[in-house]
Design a protein around this ligand. Structure first.
Ligand SMILES: Cc1ncc(COP(=O)(O)O)c(C=O)c1O
Length: 367
């Protein structure tokens, strides 16, 4: 009889921590016997999906006996038009998560290094670990500002990818355009992956989503997603924009039918649904202002955010308050996984959800 103990996965997989998506609403309802549970933990769009996307899905279901368009041609064209780039500079993927894996597979050899500001989105580490590459973490400066000089100083001849998440998940801070320029000029022939998943929410004058640097010929890839402002996280679509040569390398490791038919139709419709984007941004801005005001009133330090979530410091009681919020039917994200146990990250909800959250927090803090 064979010994199953001898069926061993690659050693590099030992480094991988399972992704923790946060508890779903139904699980918290069942576990705690609660009628009302709200989830402000995954930075989703509280307004719902783009209506144009929903209509496109409804119309597309009858074609499901056919395989999807392997080239996602209409979607590519819509993204290219919206961003002022060529179709050959665009790659749609099964969520931005898939793109991070594909980038890792295309560019990382065992022993290579990636540079990641810390704390940031965990999928960059995952991509490095599946390829046996090393993760070099560069802490943020005061107030979670990007430390560009420290990032430049961390570059070695093993560095293959520098990740910049801007606005950054979970801090909400962004890298100023002049700092992106400085970094690109300093690091030369190193691929910079610029994760702009939350770019639609960023309204600072000196914000960039990176695409202007792609047009200038820099080795930068901008990564975006349909899961946030477009509100279609459930169908899984993300995309990358970069120079043709970078996209061609990534296409080599892509599965032929990675973006399913309904996802392609929904995303193609969502790209031009500017009304939904504008409305989503307005709800978000109002929500941010409301939460800032409430945190100030409660004496809780928070970091100003350019995204659809806020990092707020609850102090030594951080984990207990996170658990107690859940007992009151509010799911937020505790900062432990980012090495920030005194913090929680709360996504902006509808005004009613934001008020429900603040009411629960107030009761816990003032009890
Ligand atoms: C910074 C960042 N990048 C990428 C993603 C992944 O997006 P997707 O849902 O398209 O896989 C997320 C999702 O939370 C994110 O926060």
């Amino acid at each position: 009889m064979a010994n199953l103990e001898n069926i061993k996965a690659r050693k590099t997989l030992d480094h991988i921590q399972p992704y923790s998506p946060g508890k779903p609403i139904w699980e918290v309802q069942q576990e705690l016997g609660l009628e009302r549970v709200i989830k402000l933990a995954s930075n989703e769009n509280p307004l719902g999906p783009s209506k144009q996307a929903v209509k496109a899905i409804e119309q597309g279901v009858l074609g499901l006996n056919r395989y999807p368009d392997a080239d996602a041609s209409d979607l590519k064209a819509a993204i290219a038009k919206e961003h002022g780039v060529e179709k050959t500079q665009v790659i749609p993927t099964n969520g931005a998560d898939e793109l991070i894996t594909l980038i890792s597979e295309a560019f990382l050899e065992p022993g290579d290094e990636i540079i990641v500001p810390d704390p940031s989105f965990s999928e960059y580490d995952f991509g490095a670990h599946i390829m046996g590459a090393e993760v070099v973490k560069v802490p943020f400066a005061q107030g979670f500002a990007f430390d560009v000089d420290a990032m430049i100083a961390a570059v070695t001849d093993k560095t293959k990818i520098i990740y910049i998440c801007s606005p950054n998940n979970p801090t909400g801070t962004y890298m100023k355009k002049q700092d992106v320029q400085k970094l690109l000029d300093a690091v030369g022939d190193t691929l910079v992956v610029f994760d702009a998943a939350y770019s639609h929410y960023a309204d600072a004058e000196d914000y960039t989503d990176g695409t202007e640097f792609i047009r200038q010929g820099y080795p930068l890839l901008t990564l975006k997603t349909f899961s946030k402002i477009y509100g279609i996280a459930g169908v899984r679509v993300g995309f990358g924009i970069a120079a043709d040569s970078i996209i061609t390398s990534i296409l080599k490791v892509k599965e032929p039918f990675n973006v399913n038919t309904l996802a392609q139709l929904a995303a193609t419709a969502a790209v031009t649904d500017h009304e939904h984007v504008t409305q989503s941004r307005e709800i978000n801005n109002r929500g941010l202002e409301y939460l800032y005001g409430a945190f100030e009133e409660l004496g809780l330090p928070y970091t100003k955010s350019m995204a659809n979530f806020v990092l707020v410091k609850l102090g030594d009681e951080g984990e207990t308050l996170y658990q107690d919020l859940m007992k009151k039917g509010v799911i937020v994200r505790h900062g432990k996984g980012w090495g920030l146990p005194e913090y929680v990250r709360v996504s902006i909800g509808t005004q009613e959800e934001n008020e429900f959250f603040i009411q629960a927090l107030r009761e816990l803090i003032q009890k």
